[in-house]
Every structure is written in C-alpha cells, then in structure tokens.
Design a protein around this ligand. Structure first.
Ligand SMILES: Cc1ncc(COP(=O)(O)O)c(C=O)c1O
Length: 375
C-alpha cells in the first residue's frame, strides 16, 4: 500500500504482507527473542534481538505510522511506556509544558518520576494559547497536549498550540488516544502523536500498548528509539500482533463508536436526571466549533454529571445491565465508570461524574439500558 491510499485501505494492508515462507495471509507471530547470525557474524535478516527489533513490532510500527500520516513510529508495552519515553528523551533542566487537563497518569509520571530526574514541568490550561505562550522559556523543549481530554472532554485547538510551540522552538506532542482516525494531529502541525493502543487501536480490551508516531524521522525520534531499545519498555510480539489486528478494523469501528456516541449523547442531554453532558459533538459543548473543525467525527467517549450528588452517580452505575462497570475505554463493549473514585486525589473530576465508553452494541439497547439506570 502507498500513502495515497485511503485510510480504510491503509488500515487493512499497512504492515501486512503474505508470509513468503508459508503463504500465510495472517502474519505469523515471531516469538523468538534472538535471531541467527551468519557464519561471517553478520545478521542477514536484519534482526538481532527482540528488544532492539522484532518483525511483529516493526509491522505494527509501520502500520500505525502509515495510518497516522507520520514518517516513523515506536511501539511500547503500554501507553505510559510511550509517554515516559518522550520525557526520558529530554535532558535534566529541560522545561516542558503539560496541558493541565491531560490524563491524570501523564501528570503523575511527569511529577513523580521525570521531575525527580531534573525535568522542569509547568501545567497550563492548553485551551488558552496565550497562557501557553506566556509560559514558554528559552529551555522549553516540549508542549504536551491531549484532545479531547480524559475525562472532561475538553478540546485543545491543535493547530493553534502547535503553532505557539513551534514559534517558541518547542515540539508539540498530542495524545490522540480518544480520537484515532477522526483527528490527524500531524496534519494540523503537531510533531508527534501518542496513543495508548490499549484503547481504540487495540479495540477489544485484551491488550496493553502504546505508540509514538513522529512526523519526521529526526534526532528526537532517534533518541526515542534509543530509549525504547535500551530502557526496554517494549511490547511482546503477541501484543503487537493483537494491536495490528485491531488497527485493521479501526476506521470502521471508530465510525460506529462515533455514531453510537452521538445518539447516546443526545439522549443524555435531554434526560431530566442528567445535570450536564460533556461530548464535543454536541453544539452545547463550549468548544464544539473547534472540535468540528479538527475532527471528522466525535468518538465514543462521553462524561455526564448526574443530579443528586456522588451517591446518585454511583447508584446509576450500579444499575446498568449492558454497560460494564470498569475503567479503560475504546473497546467494543460499553463501559461506565465513576471516575473520581479511580482518578484518586485529582480535583478536576467532579464526584457526580460518570464516564462512558460507548461501544459497538446497538445504540437503542444502550439508550434503553441508560434510561432504566437513570430511572
Ligand atoms: C488519554 C490517555 N492517555 C494515556 C493513557 C495511558 O495508557 P496505558 O493505560 O495504556 O498505559 C490512558 C489510559 O487510560 C489514556 O486514557
């Protein structure tokens, strides 16, 4: 496949080739940790040791890079592994700006791990371009954004913030976990895209993974690759195989998640027991116009605030029958979560908030389930 091919074609074929030794259409899983040297000591296949490179990981990296429109990708054993590799690629004393509404795990790893090794972070509201610009320093190396954010579904204007970062000599990294396919940060000016492939790309709640995609095969990505191989947070060949299989159906799945998400969001917005709906596809979302400009659909993540306080919210989650009470998102099955109880001390998440990952069941069944749970 070539970059000119459309996204569904790229997703099905990128990283896939019929196995030359057997004719297998589904790629073999190369569990081997090590690869044979020729008599002269060279590595004819190009593979040496699976922490450095493995055929399944290479295939996944090629495919994700093709689908995101980047030059190169690096896969990790979890989303957090990918996030950490970005910050580990910087030097002690470097300054980074992290969106204050980024995933709570991102803020946590920056504060509790990377700041202890000398990275200097500022946490800034990334919906405010002026605030980001004001925080840029001579040693600012990176601006980290996430949109839509988790769990408040806040929208960052990717082109605007990428422009501010570039003007300040910093790279812009966008966590695109909630909006694969339907949002293309590299086309909007971001330098790197990060995904927790545990979510929509894997798509079936059966694997952990993370990936970084870079617009350019540049010095920074070379450093990321060095961290990947030498720090060793690499995914197993089987994990790569599962994620690559998930990617094949992603363009169609994300359409289904988005259609169901929109139907469920409209139902919730009209329900008297619901105080507030956070969904970028609704016109009532404060930054719907920006979302509509930079997203081709709005995905399956919805947060709601239930009237009546924390107990009322927990009681709704207790009554669902099709939705499963569990953390995580992006799988074929719908999940519901009282977010404040998992996000710990995070003060951003209201106690009345339920986060929904709308799956690929029939939207009418999902709405009926929520209707009976809301009472
Ligand atoms: C937006 C976002 N980024 C990153 C992560 C971390 O990914 P992982 O759990 O695969 O380490 C998550 C996990 O929930 C997430 O939702």
């Amino acid at each position: 496949v070539k970059p000119k091919h459309k996204i569904e074609t790229l997703a099905v074929h990128a990283g896939h080739a019929v196995d030359p030794s057997t004719g297998a259409v589904s790629p073999p899983i190369h569990l081997s940790s090590t690869f044979e040297r020729a008599a002269d000591g060279t590595y004819a296949s190009g593979y040496i040791y699976s922490r450095d490179a493995n055929p399944n990981r290479n295939a996944l990296e090629q495919a994700v890079a093709a689908v995101e429109g980047g030059a190169v990708a690096a896969a990790f054993g979890s989303g957090m592994g990918a996030i950490s590799a970005v910050f580990q690629s910087l030097a002690p004393g470097d300054h980074v700006i992290v969106a204050s509404d980024a995933y709570h795990g991102t803020a946590k790893v920056v504060r509790n791990v990377h700041a202890r090794w000398g990275l200097v972070p500022s946490f800034v509201d990334a919906s405010d371009a002026k605030a980001i610009a004001a925080e840029l320093r001579a040693n600012t190396k990176l601006v980290w954004i996430e949109t839509p954010s988790n769990p408040l579904l806040k929208i960052v204007d990717i082109a605007e913030i990428a422009g501010v970062a570039r003007a300040g000599g910093a790279k812009c990294v966008c966590d695109n976990t909630l909006a694969p396919i339907i949002q293309r940060p590299l086309d909007l000016g971001a330098d790197l895209v990060m995904h927790s492939t545990t979510k929509y790309i894997g798509g079936h709640s059966d694997v952990l993974g993370g990936v970084l995609v870079s617009k350019e095969n540049d010095e920074f990505l070379t450093r990321v690759r060095e961290i990947q191989a030498s720090a060793g947070a690499v995914p197993s060949p089987f994990d790569c195989w599962l994620i690559l299989r998930g990617l094949q159906t992603l363009p169609w799945r994300i359409r289904g998640h988005s259609d169901n998400g929109m139907a469920v969001a409209h139902f919730l917005a009209a329900h008297p027991a619901v105080e507030r709906v956070y969904y970028p596809g609704l016109e009532s979302h404060p930054r719907h116009d920006i979302a509509a400009r930079q997203m081709s659909a709005f995905g399956g993540m919805i947060s709601i605030e239930v009237k009546g306080g924390r107990e009322a919210a927990v009681a709704v989650a207790a009554k669902v029958r099709i939705f499963t009470r569990a953390t995580s998102l992006g799988g074929v099955e719908s999940l519901i979560e009282h977010r404040a109880s998992i996000a710990g001390e995070d003060p951003r998440t209201p106690q009345t908030l339920l986060r929904l990952s709308v799956g690929l069941e029939n939207a009418e069944d999902l709405i009926e389930d929520l209707a009976q749970a809301l009472g």
